[in-house]
Design a protein around this ligand. Structure first.
Ligand code: GNR
Ligand code: NI
Length: 183
């Protein structure tokens, strides 16, 4: 990965909270998130809470849509020891080649299921950091997959939308049954 610029959060805030993660087929996962225009303490708090929720799950990425906040904010950490938190605000992706890649994906909003998804292999991401400053990255491998998976969430899209409707219905029925049993 070529790192052009990225911002790391300061982990000095102790007042973090775990957020509830929406699960498929919740219709709120289909909402399109709105661009962020205000870069204040509340936004920093939301980023911290999302990172904490993601680490607790555990997962390697989380989109605000998944915690029922319909703003264009994603957090990612693909490191092994929670040491590389990344925050992307108003992210935009540009494919850099026609190459595609298959990857087995999972999702905290579709717990317990993994399916292979095909996506562009080479991308650039342009985004704002937590202070509203622009940066860009050219991620590869898992980070490129994860960024595209998270941006999909902001557009109301889930990885199960890429698989056969037969598989998707089966997953929907099983999760609905699990939700009923939980209630
Ligand atoms: O934790 C996650 N793992 C993962 C694995 C392969 C491709 C994408 C992901 S993202 C997922 C967390 C999540 O649901 N983010 O939206
Ligand atoms: Ni997901």
């Amino acid at each position: 990965m070529r790192l052009i610029f990225h911002h790391k959060l300061n982990h000095t805030d102790n007042h973090m909270a775990l957020l509830n993660i929406l699960e498929f087929p919740d219709s709120r996962l289909r909402k399109v998130a709105k661009p962020i225009t205000v870069f204040d303490a509340a936004l920093k708090q939301l980023s911290e809470d999302m990172l904490e929720t993601m680490y607790d799950a555990p997962g390697i990425g989380l989109a605000a849509t998944q915690v029922n906040v319909h703003k264009r904010l994603i957090v990612i950490d693909i490191s092994e020891n929670k040491s590389e938190p990344l925050v992307f605000i108003n992210p935009e992706i540009t494919p850099l080649s026609d190459q595609q890649r298959e990857w087995e994906e999972g999702c905290l909003s579709v717990p317990g299921y993994n399916e292979v998804v095909v996506r562009p292999r080479d991308i650039r991401i342009n985004a704002l950091d937590i202070n509203g400053d622009a940066f860009e990255m050219e991620p590869d491998e898992l980070l490129a997959v994860c960024i595209q998976h998270e941006l999909d969430h902001l557009n109301g899209k889930l990885f199960v939308d890429y698989i056969s409707s037969f598989k998707r219905q089966r997953i929907r029925k099983k999760l609905e049954k699990a939700h009923k049993q939980r209630a």
